[in-house]
Design a protein around this ligand. Structure first.
Ligand code: FAQ
Length: 306
């Protein structure tokens, strides 16, 4: 325990074969697996628009982005597996409702502007959180974050480009972009989790340097960055209480609807049931692929052992 504490104190990464307290291991499995599930479930709202992308260029970019998100899920499942849990167990926890995934992916994508809003706001929020997690204390998680952040920053820019183009377009396109902004702004703020005072996991997470910055600090960073980006392209943030606070050098903002957040994370958001049933169906339909891949790996092992 003393060696573990000393490593945390000196910012030395904890690696899979190092001794670690059980609670640290459990905490990481919970967070990393939920993060992995978010990446994979997050493919669904965007996947909804692949067949309706407005140009071949837009379609290629969207396909590549969604594929990146699937890849992020795979890095993160691998990182979680180094903590002694199998991929099957992790997926089972998701299907049984024991593991969560990000609230944001329970909202529908109604128009093409929603694809812009997801890239700009959702990936934008994810980056603020993940840049901070690059310095998390668990080695495999930290290394996965470094790689993921490189891809997420491209995602954020492609989303902003979609919004900027729409704001340069017709009145109907500008209206569509503003409508997407209105629907995605508050759920994006909810991605950072409850206020620090209501966040049961933050204490241990900060003590063990799993989280390097709290939910509220990261949310504030995201708001301060994004308000200016919205102004540049002429979008209005749907918060009448948003104003610059000169003494704090940051934006004050209105209260988040925590009832809505709790409903969504407890399974009652607009798309929770659809997201989960799609995942279960895809998992069942993919069983033959997993069996074939395992059979092939086993065959290779036998050949090597002969
Ligand atoms: N949604 O005590 P805290 C992406 C739960 S990736 C659902 O504050 P913690 C890329 C929390 O789990 C987005 N549940 O918890 C992409 C806990 O419940 P539990 C995902 C939430 O862990 C873009 C309870 O509330 N990113 O977007 C949420 O210290 C486009 C109490 O909360 C990550 O997962 C929520 N928003 O802080 C992909 C980042 N917030 O577990 C596709 C890694 C809280 O006891 C397309 N995760 N809860 O049942 C984290 O940084 C943290 O886990 C937080 C929550 C900040 C999410």
């Amino acid at each position: 325990m003393q060696q573990f504490d000393a490593k945390i104190e000196k910012d030395v990464n904890i690696e899979p074969k190092d001794w670690m307290p059980d609670d640290y291991r459990k905490h990481l499995i919970r967070q990393i697996s939920q993060h992995a599930h978010s990446e994979v479930i997050g493919m669904q709202p965007e996947g909804n628009w692949i067949s309706r992308a407005p140009s071949l260029r837009a379609k290629k970019i969207l396909l590549a982005k969604i594929q990146d998100e699937g890849g992020h899920g795979l890095y993160l499942y691998s990182a979680a597996e180094t903590l002694g849990i199998s991929r099957d167990e992790l997926i089972q926890q998701l299907h049984d409702g024991k593991a969560k995934y990000s609230s944001i992916f329970n909202y529908p994508t109604l128009t093409w502007a929603d694809i812009g809003a997801i890239g700009w706001l959702v990936d934008g929020a994810a980056i603020v959180n993940q840049v901070s997690l690059q310095r998390t204390s668990y080695g495999p998680y930290s290394r996965a974050m470094i790689r993921i952040c490189k891809e997420e920053s491209f995602h954020q820019r492609q989303g902003y480009e979609i919004m900027a183009n729409m704001m340069n377009g017709s009145a109907a396109q500008r209206e569509m972009a503003q409508d997407a902004m209105n629907r995605w702004w508050w759920p994006s703020l909810m991605m950072f989790g409850p206020h620090d005072s209501d966040s049961p996991h933050t204490g241990n997470a900060m003590k063990w340097k799993i989280k390097r910055q709290s939910n509220d600090i990261l949310r504030q960073k995201f708001i301060d960055k994004t308000v200016q980006q919205a102004e540049v392209i002429g979008l209005t943030i749907p918060d009448k209480d948003l104003r610059w606070n000169e003494s704090k050098k940051c934006y004050d903002h209105g209260e988040i609807n925590w009832n809505e957040f709790n409903e969504v994370i407890n399974g009652n958001g607009p798309c929770n049931k659809q997201r989960m049933s799609n995942h279960i169906q895809a998992h069942q339909e993919g069983e033959w692929v997993r069996k074939a891949a395992t059979a092939y790996a086993n065959k290779n092992k036998q050949l090597v052992n002969q």
